[in-house]
Design a protein around this ligand. Structure first.
Ligand SMILES: *[C@@H]1O[C@H](CO)[C@@H](O)[C@H](O)[C@H]1NC(C)=O
Ligand SMILES: *[C@@H]1O[C@H](CO)[C@@H](O)[C@H](O)[C@H]1NC(C)=O
Ligand SMILES: *[C@@H]1O[C@H](CO)[C@@H](O)[C@H](O)[C@H]1NC(C)=O
Ligand SMILES: *[C@@H]1O[C@H](CO)[C@@H](O)[C@H](O)[C@H]1NC(C)=O
Ligand SMILES: *[C@@H]1O[C@H](CO)[C@@H](O)[C@H](O)[C@H]1NC(C)=O
Ligand SMILES: *[C@@H]1O[C@H](CO)[C@@H](O)[C@H](O)[C@H]1NC(C)=O
Length: 463
């Protein structure tokens, strides 16, 4: 019998199926790397395809960046029982190699045959750290930001606001290298912002700076409940499909399948390729993507009652800087901030980016609805970012535009831009006063302080 090498069985099966004509090939158009949820490598989303060039009759006045760290290794954990943790995956890899999770290498055409020659790359020693791909993502984005907005870089020193976790700070450094090269040492002032309660409304880690949210476990309760339903639905069929590739004595589990999927995702994040990804089908990728989307949506995103409170402080601060464009004493033009995915989604929810998802109309946990706005793969992949641009145009008005991962997010709640058509821009006052975000733009900081019972702070950081 032929084991773990291409046998004629495959060819025979192919010939038998030859007159079973398929519809146009969906799989060849399916880019699974763009459906790995928050663990997707950086890529641009597919919105309405609006041109991201500066509007012809306008001059850029300000740019605001809210930037996620780059691709990373699995996180170190609190308990080592979290399937996504570095320790858990490290153990799982050892079990695949030492046979305590026994792959059936005698099964013909076993797609896991590669494990015989496989060298794992997830190493608990690298827990929490950026991967080399992550460093490259940030360097490249820094370089691109400078090229696009070079006219705004007329100061000497720039504040680099960053949540103080190591991988976020390192991401900010690579980005800054891309911006300024070796001059980064003289041209930057790094402001490391506490990830605990201390930062209050200055925070870039709003989950932790909001004691009422944090101390009541609102995030964990909501996401645990959502995952408990969805994972029991979508993973079971994958368990049943993959079980035959293991010895019949072994009972494959839901956590095993999740581990196989995480290894696929992290091998992509670390070395750009993974044979583990080839064991999953496009539909299975979409269902894992949904699992990641439920996490952010319920955790503090648009399903949560807390989204606009959590995101509002940043938006209030941003709005203050936008308004001050006419203030001759306010000469800042470039605003840079670095953080995590779960702090960007609440800001985007509070800006009104996910109108189809609300606490009253949540994403269902018992089925994948496929067409919904908050795809984490599109909004917060590794190195994901939200850019706010402020323009002054030939009609003597100011206009705002958002880019998500360098694509125009089409604002539709506050009129049109200077083209007079739906070009994704809004006049500044219309943007600030739209009912969707007016509470945040004018009172986001005080709402955050009150609802969160946040540590009182004077806001000293410009976003
Ligand atoms: C295989 O590796 C796992 C994880 O390190 C370990 O717990 C187990 O004892 C090992 N089994 C054998 C047979 O070596
Ligand atoms: C969160 O879940 C824990 C454990 O089930 C429970 O004790 C707590 O009351 C829940 N908190 C909220 C705010 O629902
Ligand atoms: C491995 O798969 C082959 C082919 O299906 C089967 O005959 C054999 O019993 C399996 N081995 C084990 C240990 O389950
Ligand atoms: C912007 O100007 C207002 C007054 O219009 C002032 O209260 C506020 O502190 C300024 N904001 C910033 C970020 O400087
Ligand atoms: C704005 O805040 C007011 C007062 O807290 C509240 O009644 C209203 O529902 C909020 N509007 C939105 C759109 O969140
Ligand atoms: C805020 O600033 C004022 C005026 O400088 C100062 O008196 C106050 O102590 C500051 N509050 C905090 C919480 O830092």
């Amino acid at each position: 019998m032929q084991l773990c090498i291409t046998s004629l069985w495959f060819l025979a099966a192919f010939i038998v199926n030859a007159d079973n004509v398929q519809f146009e090939d969906y799989e060849s158009n399916f880019f699974f790397k763009e459906h790995l949820g928050t663990l997707s490598p950086y890529h641009e989303p597919y919105f309405d395809g609006l041109d991201s060039a500066f509007p012809e009759t306008c001059e850029i006045q300000q740019v605001h960046l809210l930037q996620r760290h780059g691709s990373r290794n699995p996180t170190g954990d609190v308990t080592a029982t979290d399937v996504y943790s570095s320790q858990y995956l490290n153990n799982f890899q050892e079990k695949l190699l030492n046979g305590s999770i026994p792959v059936n290498f005698s099964y013909p055409e076993n797609p896991l045959c590669f494990i015989k020659q496989w060298t794992p790359v997830i190493d608990a020693e690298n827990a929490d750290q950026l991967s080399s791909r992550g460093r490259l993502e940030l360097f490249d984005l820094g370089r691109q930001l400078y090229q696009r907005y070079y006219k705004l870089f007329d100061s000497y020193v720039y504040d680099i606001n960053t949540a103080e976790q190591e991988r976020v700070v390192e991401s900010a450094k690579w980005f800054t290298y891309g911006l300024f090269g070796d001059k980064m040492y003289e041209k930057t002032n790094f402001i490391l912002i506490s990830e605990g309660k201390a930062a209050g409304a200055n925070s870039l880690s709003m989950y932790n700076a909001c004691p009422v949210f944090k101390d009541n476990n609102f995030h964990k309760n909501a996401t645990d409940a959502a995952h408990a339903v969805w994972r029991n639905i979508f993973i079971e069929p994958i368990v049943n499909r993959l079980a035959k590739y293991f010895d019949s004595s072994y009972k494959l589990t839901i956590n095993d399948v999740r581990s196989l999927f995480y290894i696929c995702e992290y091998e992509i994040a670390i070395k750009d390729h993974s044979d583990f990804c080839s064991i999953f089908t496009p539909s299975e990728f979409l269902n894992f993507e949904y699992d990641s989307d439920l996490d952010q949506a319920y955790g503090g995103g648009p399903v949560s009652e807390w989204a606009s409170t959590l995101g509002g402080a940043y938006i209030n601060n941003l709005a203050d800087s936008l308004r001050n464009v006419t203030n001759p004493d306010f000469d800042r033009k470039v605003f840079l901030a670095f953080t995590h995915d779960s702090n960007i989604i609440p800001v985007e929810a509070a800006l009104g980016f996910f109108p189809d998802i609300t606490p009253e109309n949540p994403l269902p946990t018992d089925k994948n609805v496929y067409t919904y706005s908050q795809k984490t793969s599109s909004f917060v992949p590794f190195a994901g970012n939200l850019i706010t641009e402020l323009f002054f145009c030939s009609d003597s008005k100011y206009y705002v535009r958002h880019l998500v991962n360098q694509q125009v997010y089409p604002l539709i709640d506050c009129g049109y831009g200077p083209s007079g058509t739906s070009d994704g821009l809004c006049e500044l006052q219309a943007y600030l006063n739209s009912p969707i975000r007016a509470n945040s733009t004018s009172n986001g900081i005080s709402i955050f302080n009150t609802e969160c019972q946040a540590r009182p702070t004077n806001v000293t950081i410009y976003f």
